[in-house]
Ligand binder design. Structure first.
Ligand code: ATR
Length: 282
C-alpha cells in the first residue's frame, strides 16, 4: 500500500527559485510536528489562475502568493479579509470547509510583529516615514496605521502614487487618530523620524534611492522590506545618517508573515525566533 501524501501547500510567484518560504514552512512544520509538503511553484506571467486551479485539482490545501500575483490572488478569492481588500493584494490563500477560496494579507502583520516584537520598537506615538507606494508599501500601510504612530508620511518617487495610497487609507487613519499624509520632497521633511521603512524596490533594480542624511533619529529604526545584499544600500545610508540607530532587513518580516499564514492554515503559532536565527545562519 502506498503512504498517503502529506497535505500540500505552496508559494506561487514569478520568479520563485529564490524563495525562502519552503525552508521557513518546513522549519515551522518540524517544530510544530505538522506533516506537510510545501513547494515553490513558478506560474507563467499570464497563468496565475490556471496554475492555482491545477494545484487545487491536485489537492492543494493553501498557498502563499508573491510577486507579481498578489492583486490577482485577491481578485480570485470568494472571501477576502478587510486587510487584503485595503491592501488591494493577498499573499495567503486557503479554502473554507465548503470549498470557498479565502484570501488574506499577512505582510503588514509580519512587518509590525518584526518591528514591535523582534526589534522591541513600539510604534504608538512615533513619527514614521514610509518610502515607496508600490505593492510592498500598500500591503503594509493598514497594519502600520493600526499601531497608531502619531504621524505617518508616505514618500514615493512619483508622488501621485503616494497620494493615491494615502487617500485609500485616509478614513482608517482618521478613525485611529493618526496624521497620514504624502510627503512631496524628502529634502523638505518636517524633522527627523523615529522609524524609516524602505518599501521601494530601488535596490532590486540596481536603482539609486537618494536619501538626505537628516531623516532618521539618532536612536531610531531603519528597516528595509527586502533582505540580503539588496538591503545594503538603504541600511548603509542609515548607518551614515544615524550611526546609533537600529537597522533591520526584511528577513524578520518574511518569517513573521509566514508564521501568520502557518497559523491560519494549521492553528498553531510557530516560535519564529528560532526559525529566524536558523534562516540568518543559512
Ligand atoms: P513592489 O511590489 O516591490 O512594491 P512595485 O509595485 O513595482 O513593486 O513598486 C516599486 C516601488 O519602488 C515604487 O514605489 C517605485 O516608485 P515609483 O512608483 O515612482 O516607480 C519604487 N522605486 C523603484 N525604483 C526606484 C528608485 N530608483 N528610486 C525610488 N523609488 C523607486
Amino acid at each position: 500500500m502506498t503512504e498517503p501524501r502529506p497535505p500540500h501547500y505552496a508559494v506561487i510567484g514569478h520568479p520563485i527559485a529564490h524563495s525562502r518560504s519552503p525552508a521557513i514552512h518546513a522549519a515551522f512544520a518540524a517544530q510544530a510536528g505538522v506533516a506537510l509538503r510545501y513547494e515553490a511553484v513558478l506560474a507563467p506571467l499570464d497563468g496565475f489562475a490556471t496554475t492555482l486551479k491545477a494545484l487545487r485539482d491536485d489537492g492543494l490545501q493553501g498557498c502563499n502568493v508573491t510577486l507579481p500575483f498578489k492583486p490577482e490572488a485577491l481578485a480570485a478569492a470568494d472571501l477576502a479579509s478587510d486587510r487584503a481588500q485595503l491592501a488591494g493584494a493577498a499573499n495567503t490563500l486557503g479554502w473554507t470547509s465548503d470549498a470557498r477560496l479565502w484570501a488574506d494579507n499577512t505582510d503588514g502583520l509580519g512587518l509590525l510583529r518584526d518591528i514591535e516584537h523582534n526589534a522591541g520598537c513600539k510604534l504608538a506615538g512615533c513619527q514614521l516615514l514610509l518610502l515607496g507606494a508600490g505593492g510592498a508599501s500598500s500591503g503594509c500601510l493598514g497594519p502600520l496605521l493600526e499601531a497608531r504612530p502619531a504621524r505617518l508620511l508616505v514618500w514615493n518617487r512619483s508622488s501621485s502614487k503616494a497620494h493615491e495610497l494615502v487617500s485609500r487609507h485616509e478614513s482608517l487613519a482618521a478613525r485611529l487618530g493618526v496624521q497620514l499624509a504624502a510627503l512631496e520632497h524628502l529634502q523638505g521633511a518636517p524633522g527627523r523620524f523615529d522609524v524609516v521603512i524602505n518599501g521601494t524596490s530601488a535596490a532590486l533594480h540596481s536603482g539609486r534611492l537618494e536619501l538626505p542624511e537628516g531623516l532618521l533619529n539618532a536612536d531610531g529604526l531603519a528597516l528595509d522590506m527586502v533582505y540580503g545584499p539588496a538591503s545594503a544600500p538603504f541600511l548603509d545610508w542609515a548607518a551614515r545618517a544615524a550611526p546609533g540607530a537600529r537597522r533591520r532587513d526584511g528577513l524578520g518580516m518574511l518569517v513573521e508573515q509566514a508564521a501568520e499564514a502557518f497559523q491560519r492554515w494549521h492553528g498553531v503559532r510557530p516560535d519564529t525566533a528560532a526559525v529566524l536565527s536558523q534562516m540568518r545562519a543559512a
